[in-house]
Write a protein that binds this ligand. Structure first.
Ligand code: NAD
Length: 358
């Protein structure tokens, strides 16, 4: 049986952890998971894999070329999938330096190491090797209500430091293909939601604030539009692109679920009203508060995901309605402990106990 080894970076974060678990449920080879464990990386996201010998967790930085070179020489992965990033737009506005470090320098150092590794491979390894950069629709900038959705040929026009740093990383990935022939792939995906998302992001933030009786802060008029995709559908898309994508190509990934922020928040409130009625009376909607807008807030993102559908046969399984309900259930019922750990920072201690010596 085919047992490809894969190196995943950032696999203790939200999408990375979902990907690692999904991958190991479908493949038999070794998965090396390199993660720096910033505030966003949480080993508790990987608790289901603690006893799985195929999962090799390495705490480390993609900006450490010696470590990357050692891992590539030792494990000889067929695939490298780069999720590692600073990912929160608001943080990028206040402290952009970490974004440039990881999202630009880190991608460059990974590409350098990957190129060196690829050149050492023998046939057929050299043919099979792929480097996949996980990117975002935010690199395309903002759309007006009349403009059509972002396609793979839409020029990059990033507006936030986060988007600009991801765009710079993506350009390097493209250049390593055009200049050196490295077999790279890039996916540009819309907003993800689902289990294990850090509570700083819109959906978990609103859910947890609602339950805690706190305000639900909505930027500006709440009419900013995002496309939403359930995280498991994104993970399936990445797998499909790795398996069948054409090196050098970019694939847009989206859910055809354009929603205003206010619509998303009202949907969450409606589900919570049914599932966990507020103490006393009234709807969670009463906790909504409009706050000053984010500087440079992009008005609308929309993704045309027809290429990945047409060429690779991918389409999302989950509708927004079913995915959002699953997500609310996950946060409400099964994972209160996870939420408490993340909010308290206890998970760092949990890591020290459970992953000592690995
Ligand atoms: P996340 O912030 O939840 O996780 C990022 C992970 O990367 C964390 O585990 C963190 O510890 C790790 N990391 C950060 N810097 C590192 C470094 N220098 N070396 C090694 N590890 C490091 O992010 P996410 O939401 O899971 O996003 C993952 C990727 O997907 C990112 O590249 C992001 O740009 C992209 N993306 C995210 C979304 C979304 O909606 N969340 C949508 C499209 C694309």
């Amino acid at each position: 049986m085919d047992k490809p080894t894969i190196l995943v970076t950032g696999g203790a974060g939200f999408i990375g952890a979902n990907f690692v678990c999904a991958w190991l449920s479908r493949h038999n080879g070794t998965l090396v998971n390199l993660d720096k464990l910033t505030y966003a990386g949480n080993p508790a996201n990987l608790h289901a894999l603690q006893a799985d010998p195929r999962h090799v967790f390495v705490r480390g930085d993609i900006c450490d070329p010696e470590l990357i070179a050692q891992l590539l020489a030792r494990f000889r992965p067929r695939y490298i999938v780069n999720f590692a990033a600073e990912s929160h737009v608001d943080r990028s506005i206040h402290s952009p330096d970490a974004f440039v470090k990881t999202n630009v320098d880190g991608v460059f150092l990974l590409l350098e190491a990957a190129l060196h590794h690829w050149k050492q491979l023998t046939q057929p390894e050299v043919e099979d090797f792929r480097f996949l950069q996980v990117s975002t629709d935010e690199v395309y900038g903002s759309l007006s209500a009349e403009e059509s959705a972002f396609s793979e040929t839409t020029p990059y026009r990033p507006n936030s430091p986060y988007a600009a740093s991801k765009a710079a990383g993506d350009h390097l990935v493209r250049a390593y293909h055009r200049t050196y022939g490295l077999p790279v792939l890039t996916t540009n995906c819309s907003n993800n939601y689902g289990p294990y998302q850090h509570p700083e992001k819109l959906i978990p933030l609103m859910l947890l604030n609602a339950l805690a009786g706190k305000a639900l802060p909505v930027y500006g008029d709440g009419a900013n539009i995002r496309d939403w995709l359930f995280v498991e559908d994104h993970c399936r898309a990445i797998e499909r692109v790795l398996d069948s994508g054409t090196p050098g190509q970019t694939y847009n990934v989206g859910g055809h679920n354009e929603k205003t922020n206010l619509e998303v928040i009202r949907t969450l409130c409606a589900i919570l009203d049914q599932e966990r009625p507020r103490l006393g009376s009234g709807s969670y909607r009463e906790q909504i508060r409009f706050v000053a807008d984010r500087p440079g807030h992009d008005r609308r993102y929309a993704i045309d995901a027809s290429k990945i559908g047409r060429e690779l046969g991918w389409k999302p399984v989950e509708s927004f309605e079913s995915g959002i309900r699953k997500t609310v259930h996950w946060y409400l019922s099964q994972h209160r402990d996870w939420v408490e750990q993340v909010l308290s920072g206890d998970y760092k201690e949990w890591f020290a106990i459970n992953y000592r010596g690995r």
